[in-house]
Design a protein around this ligand. Structure first.
Ligand code: KIV
Ligand code: ZN
Length: 544
């Protein structure tokens, strides 16, 4: 083995090593797997690449990169993420089938260390109605598939889906068996977000007290937020002895979402008196991670969201402001700086050069972007600085995010003129580049946005339902940039597009185009996998 390889292996965060510290909590992020299961939250490969870099820097221990068997696109992104992560351990999800586990292994194998996460339902309801299997058959499946997954790695996680509605004696049997077959992490999902903190705590305590080989595995929580209790349940699990928490940035995930990573981490950091636990998270990057995920999914973060919401550190009332000025502790339980929130600062003006702009981007956390994107964003910055009195950090971030989005588009806006106002019907004149070809159209509509969307439809004929059209101001003032979010739906698949501009109508056109471009990528991504790819993988596995 080469010395450089040895050094890399030495630096990797060995889960066993981490667990020598009894109060260390493993943070397992599932933003790109469970989070992506939120309707409309699909992320492109480019976006997942960007998120992975931030997660690695953030100090997440295990990153669940996707569900490789689900689609060729998922397989491709898990492979790409496995190559990007330097410190975090990549994981992939697999049902109890050999094909799922094979696909997981194939997608992850490029990483020096990886985790296979396999699961099956254990509640009476799921076993009967979803799986049509008896408890004995489920036990047989655990034995077969955990043992099979262990052929590929010693880092196997096993989950009992719908765990919190599972008979406790049966759960103890399944957990004991999974550990016996080699699972090193046992995850207890509250799949439907039904549990209460006292109940979840009891489940973890019972497993610790009743499963004879429980000391051979790490217990993990995976709580959904249907009753708004995901974070409370996860923390109850940790106080009872769980040492891994599965969570997502901004709490995104199936239905009402998963436990929010930033809330779990900051709760433990802020209340060590009651929760003397540690994580490996660099909390100063939480705000950045939240923004990157919000931009990628197109899901805006609610203003009053704990830790990362726009108002999380804003003090509006006179009494609070007065108290804050006298002593910050009066109304502040953690500092905005501790989660990476900086006071909005005025940045460069129209005379600032490219070099200063690039430095600013590094300051704002954009360290891995291409020169092309910097060049495009810089051009936009110059135009913005001419139009807008004050250019803020948020403006610069919106410009770069916008340029990153536009880089991968196959349909691009070249020019737009809109005639709006009272009296005349509103009209849009538009030029688009569609797969390299320049096309022009002029349409009237019921309002300027309708006219714009009609032009796009004329120039690139398609049938989608517009599900959401939303405008937000990036900063304050009438000259502020607007961020527009658009969600479209086609045959049950949804995509979200975003764009920013001082001209709301230009942002609207670009946001719609972005959603449409993502839909084009999604059409390709969800095409069924070529049957040969699985048999090729099977062939390779024969050598193991
Ligand atoms: O919620 C759930 O049960 C899951 C499992 C696949 C772990 O996401
Ligand atoms: Zn889940």
């Amino acid at each position: 083995m080469q010395i450089s390889v040895l050094i890399v292996l030495y630096l990797l965060p060995k889960i066993e090593k981490i667990m020598e510290d009894k109060n260390r909590i493993i943070i397992f992020d599932t933003t790109m797997r469970d989070g992506e299961q939120s309707p409309g939250a699909s992320m492109s490969l480019e976006e997942k690449t960007q998120i992975s870099r931030v997660f690695d820097e953030l100090g997440i221990d295990v990153v669940e990169a996707g569900f490789p068997i689900a689609s060729p696109g998922d397989f491709e992104s898990v492979t790409a993420i496995s190559k990007i992560l330097k410190k975090s351990v990549p994981a992939g999800l697999a049902r109890h089938t050999k094909k799922d586990i094979d696909a997981c292994y194939e997608a992850l194998r490029a990483a020096p260390r990886f985790r296979i996460h396999t699961f099956i339902s254990t509640s009476a309801l799921h076993m009967k109605h979803k799986l049509n299997k008896s408890p004995e058959e489920v036990l047989g499946s655990i034995k077969e598939h955990v043992t099979y997954a262990r052929k590929f790695t010693d880092d196997v996680e096993w989950s009992c889906e719908d765990g919190t509605r599972t008979d406790m004696d049966f759960m103890c049997k399944t957990v004991e068996l999974a550990i016996k077959c080699g699972a090193k992490t046992i995850n207890i999902p509250d799949t439907v977000g039904y549990s209460l903190p006292s109940e979840f705590k009891k489940i973890i305590e019972t497993l610790i007290n009743k499963v004879p080989n429980i000391d051979k595995a790490i217990l993990s929580t995976h709580c959904h937020n249907d009753l708004g209790l995901a974070v409370a349940n996860s923390l109850a699990g940790v106080t009872a002895g769980a040492r891994q928490v599965e969570c997502t940035i901004n709490g995104i995930g199936e239905r009402a979402g998963n436990a929010a990573l930033e809330e779990i981490v900051m709760a433990m950091k802020t209340r060590p008196d009651l929760m003397p636990f540690k994580t490996g998270i660099n909390t100063q990057l939480l705000s950045k991670a939240s923004k990157v995920v919000s931009n990628a999914t197109g899901f805006p973060v609610q203003f009053n969201k704990a830790i990362v919401g726009k108002n999380a550190f804003a003090h509006e009332s006179g009494i609070h402001q007065d108290g804050m000025l006298k002593n910050r502790n009066t109304y502040e339980i953690m500092t905005p700086e501790s989660v990476g929130v900086k006071k909005t600062s005025l940045v460069m003006g129209k005379h600032s050069g490219r070099h200063a702009f690039k430095d600013k981007l590094t300051d704002l956390g954009y360290s891995n972007i291409t020169d092309d994107v910097i060049q495009t964003a810089f051009g936009k910055f110059k135009i913005l600085a001419d139009k807008k009195k004050h250019v803020y950090d948020e403006d610069i971030a919106a410009l770069v995010d916008d340029s990153l989005i536009r880089e991968e588009n196959v349909i691009k806006l070249k020019s737009l003129k809109v005639f709006a106002g009272t009296g005349e019907p509103q009209k849009a004149d538009m030029t688009l580049e569609v797969y390299g070809e320049i096309k022009k159209s002029s349409e009237t509509g019921d309002g300027p946005v309708d006219a714009i969307f009609k032009c796009i439809k004329k120039l690139y004929p398609h049938e989608v339902n517009l599900q959401l059209y939303q405008v937000h101001a990036v900063t304050e003032g009438t000259d502020a940039q607007a961020t527009v979010s658009v969600r479209i739906e086609e045959m049950g698949k949804t995509t979200v597009g975003q764009a920013a501009d001082t001209d709301t109508l230009v942002a609207s056109a670009n946001a719609y185009l972005n959603a449409l471009n993502k839909m084009i990528i999604k059409r390709k991504k969800t095409a069924p996998p070529p049957s040969s790819s699985v048999s090729q993988r099977e062939q390779k596995l024969k050598g193991i």
